[in-house]
Design a protein around this ligand. Structure first.
Ligand SMILES: [Zn+2]
Length: 174
């Protein structure tokens, strides 16, 4: 074809077949959109400690990415948690009265636990001081559909903090 020519060949398909194709395309797109919407949809999860003095609710997807960390503290208590922005976490009733806090090392993380039963159902992690870590096993059954567990190398904390991009998980979505 000479320079500057326009190729009209793509118009050769019959109108019928192209409209069927575009319909199939839009149905497929619709399904993808619905799937994405379901995954990104935030629901309220409820949970708390063992004795029930500490109760909270947290806004998060039904499908979460949780972290299994090998630092000295997390490995002792088998901690697997997911991180949310602080604004998506709410303590209920008089839960505050039953919280006590342990810190160590850099003292950035606030390891909150129940004064009565000792369970850490949530805490403020060093990786996300502007967020909240929720203990997966302290979420009441029924609202979490899928938990993808990733490893956080707390022994090599700085490197893992950079590589995992975990810091972004406590930022509020726009
Ligand atoms: Zn308790």
């Amino acid at each position: 074809m000479p320079d500057g020519g326009v190729d009209f060949r793509h118009n050769c398909a019959s109108p019928t077949s192209s409209s069927i194709a575009s319909k199939q395309h839009s149905v497929q797109q619709q399904l993808i959109w619905e799937e994405l919407a379901m995954e990104s949809e935030l629901v309220l999860h409820e949970g708390g400690c063992h004795c029930g003095k500490i109760k909270w609710r947290v806004k998060a997807s039904r499908r979460v990415v949780a972290w299994s960390c090998n630092c000295t503290d997390c490995s002792m208590r088998g901690n697997v948690n997911f991180v949310v922005p602080a604004s998506d976490f709410e303590l209920l009733d008089d839960s505050k009265d039953f919280i006590t806090t342990y810190t160590f090392g850099t003292h950035t993380a606030k390891h909150t636990f129940c004064k009565v039963c000792g369970i850490t159902s949530f805490y403020i992690p060093r990786s996300n001081p502007d967020g909240v870590s929720v203990t997966v096993k302290c979420v009441k059954a029924g609202t979490l559909e899928h938990v993808e567990i990733r490893s956080y190398d707390g022994v090599n904390w700085e490197r893992s903090h950079k590589e995992t991009g975990i810091a972004s998980s406590s930022k509020e979505a726009n």
